[in-house]
Write a protein that binds this ligand. Structure first.
Ligand code: NAP
Length: 320
């Protein structure tokens, strides 16, 4: 099989924007989109801050549009997870199980995933009341008391969203200061269905076959308590999906891929011809639009790398 110009791994806003740009540059990119394609916006409801949609757009609809746009210009899409990579040398190798794909460049856009608290019962009760996705699962908690854990924008947003369904939402945070923007905190505080439980850590989520409550510890009063809830939404941030690249691509201590903002190629990794874009290399902005923007940069960086390869090949072939 021929060596591809560009192999893109991951299909959130970053990967799909890279695919749109690379396919419009006639690079015929291969996109390995993953079984859970579309990234985190597939787990959101309405997106109000993506430019161009003044009335808002549903996250899955936005991703569907981006995917169709990438396909329209000739992106080849494989719906499977990349399982192994070998990125050293001029020809990069990406495996999907036993199938090997080779490329001159690879764009990594595998995004980030929701973090868990690491509680004893959290895994066992996942999908039985424990959730990391309010928009996916909120519907199941109509009229029930539930909890959201975290003090960032995600926790505020999810708590507010869940009041559409729930009778009451406890917002449990380990401190009494919030990482969330003041407007999001104010909105949650103004919501009569949300009760803030601060300076409090969750010791465990309770229940045999389904969530029935949570065991709490107040760090200030040093008191332990239990609150009955049927839903338990963890909203404490994300971790990058980078295990596939460990040992090959340079990463920060928190696992995010290091790109080179000071170089001419802003999405370059430590390996020539390998680029990273979107949340997998952004632990700061983490927005759909910034991910899309860096996807565009990665495609242009890959395009320039390929052009330089072609120039070098032409120069080598030219008569002396
Ligand atoms: P985040 O800002 O990193 O906040 C994570 C929260 O979870 C923090 O309050 C943190 O507590 C808490 N936490 C972390 N680990 C914990 C643990 N083991 N036990 C208990 N609590 C824990 O993450 P995020 O809320 O997901 O937001 C990520 C980024 O997306 C931010 O830049 C945010 O602005 C953005 N975002 C924006 C919107 C919006 O504008 N509509 C919506 C969602 C997200 P500490 O504060 O004590 O560390």
């Amino acid at each position: 099989m021929s060596v591809r110009n560009v192999i893109i791994v991951g299909s959130g806003p970053a990967g799909l924007t890279a695919a749109i740009y690379a396919s419009r540059a006639n690079l015929e990119p291969l996109l390995i989109e993953g079984y859970q394609s579309g990234g985190q916006l597939m787990l959101t409801s309405e997106v109000e801050n993506f430019p161009g949609f003044r009335g808002g757009i549903m996250g899955p609809e936005l991703m569907g549009e981006m995917r169709a746009q990438a396909a329209r210009f000739g992106t080849e899409i494989i719906t499977a997870d990349a399982t192994k990579v070998d990125l050293e040398g001029p020809i990069k190798k990406v495996w999907v199980d036993d199938d090997l794909y080779e490329g001159h460049t690879v764009i990594i856009s595998t995004g980030a995933k929701a973090k868990l608290l690491g509680l004893e019962n959290e895994g066992r009760l996942m999908g039985r009341g424990v959730s990391t996705c309010a928009t996916c699962d909120g519907f199941f908690f109509g009229g029930k008391d539930i909890a959201v854990i975290g003090g960032g924008d995600s926790a505020m947003e999810e708590a507010n969203f869940l009041t559409r369904f729930a009778n009451k939402v406890y917002l449990v945070h380990r401190r009494d200061e919030f990482r969330a923007s003041p407007i999001m905190v104010d909105r949650a505080k103004a919501n009569p269905k949300i009760e803030f439980v601060v300076n409090t850590v969750v010791e465990d989520v309770l229940g045999e076959d389904a969530v029935t409550g949570m065991a709490l510890y107040n760090r200030v009063t040093e008191e332990r308590s239990e609150i009955a809830v049927e839903g338990f939404f963890v909203a404490i941030g994300h971790k990058p999906t980078t295990a596939l690249f460990a040992g090959q691509i340079d990463m920060k201590d928190n696992g995010y891929i290091i790109t080179s903002p000071n170089k001419h190629q802003q999405t370059a990794t430590n390996i020539p011809g390998v680029y990273a874009c979107g949340d997998v290399q952004d632990d700061h902005y983490r927005q759909a639009i910034t991910a899309a923007g860096s996807g565009c940069q990665a495609a242009l960086d890959a395009q320039h790398y390929i052009e330089a390869l072609e120039d070098a090949a032409e120069a080598a072939a030219a008569p002396a």
